[in-house]
Design a binder for this molecule. Structure first.
Ligand SMILES: [Zn+2]
Length: 318
């Protein structure tokens, strides 16, 4: 067991944790300056929880991260491209550093300390501003070439709504916080005197306000949340068809809404599953570590690095 730091480096906020023997002993939240200084932002977060006995540092970044080099390639919500985050942080702090995609780090956290405990084959699907995720196969994160699990950009609807990634009709254009807001905005434009407009107090809809109205019993809000849940469930069914996981853990801000969204998602996924009357839908569970999953998982990856369970040697392919 080692003392390590885990960082969740997002587009607007960064969370740093220090862990000893799998226990979280310190944490710090920082707002991330919207600059291209990704390394500087990570370094500030590391310093916020640093102690002299740190053996390794793990960083999860929202975007495409090359594995195992730890270079940040690109992300729609984080500035900068082609940054050698891992080697520069290792030079700065003089300890081993591992840098991974934030969802991969989150999956590692959920697998060991969260809702994925006891499973070997697990998908983490994060539902928030978009859809991200990670694949755990036989107890290991499956990264493919580097970027596996970016299923928010599976084609859902040819010619559909514009996605943040620049393409059209991706899964996350119909299942995400912004998708829910768009549904509510369209409904209110058609029904300016309806109960939903009143429930939101005449304010422009936000994801939180809509799910709040749904929890408060507004029928329209419940239907819109269910509609997003159904679109989410159809995509989950495709993931099950490909990977047949033992469990699906749903994280992210909208994922934490719970049954009003996951109930419809499960129903649709069970209906759409091929051979559905002869097999069980895998459990679809809410993530247990909440907003700390990626930082905690990054600290656990750092521990794996410090104790030799993880090697970042670049393997030569024949
Ligand atoms: Zn997309």
């Amino acid at each position: 067991m080692a003392t390590t730091i885990g960082i969740d480096l997002g587009g607007t906020k960064t969370l740093a944790v220090r862990m000893e023997n799998n226990d979280l002993v310190d944490e710090a939240k920082l707002s991330t300056p919207p600059s291209e200084d990704l390394v500087g932002n990570a370094a500030a977060a590391i310093r916020a929880v640093w102690t002299d006995d740190i053996e390794a540092v793990g960083v999860g970044v929202a975007g495409l991260v090359e594995w195992p080099s730890g270079a940040f390639v690109w992300g729609p919500h984080v500035a900068g491209t082609g940054l050698q985050v891992r080697s520069r942080l290792a030079d700065l702090f003089g300890v081993p550093v591992v840098v991974d995609n934030d969802a991969n780090a989150g999956a590692w956290g959920e697998l060991h300390l969260g809702a994925g405990r006891g499973y070997d084959d697990m998908l983490l699907v994060t539902l928030g501003t978009g859809i991200g995720g990670a694949i755990v196969l036989d107890g290991r994160v499956h990264r493919g070439g580097s970027f596996a699990g970016e299923w928010g950009h599976m084609l859902y609807q040819p010619g559909g709504a514009q996605c943040d990634c620049g393409k059209r009709g991706c899964w996350e254009t119909v299942a995400s916080g912004p998708a829910l807001v768009r549904l509510a905005r369209d409904f209110i434009a058609q029904n300016p005197e309806g109960t939903l407009a009143k429930a939101l107090g005449g304010e422009p809809p936000t994801g939180e306000a809509i799910t709040g109205a749904a929890d408060g019993g507004d029928e329209t809000a419940r239907n819109l949340v269910a509609q997003v849940g159904e679109a989410f469930g159809r995509g989950l069914c495709n993931l099950i068809a490909v990977l047949d996981p033992q469990v699906i853990i749903v994280g992210g801000g909208l994922g934490s809404v719970g049954e009003s969204l996951l109930g419809p998602a499960r129903r649709v996924a069970a209906d759409a599953l091929h051979g559905g009357s002869h097999r069980m839908l895998p459990p679809i569970l809410v993530a247990a570590l909440g907003p700390r999953a990626s930082a905690v998982g990054a600290a656990l990856l750092a521990e794996d690095l410090a104790t030799g369970r993880l090697s970042l040697r670049v393997e030569q392919r024949a």
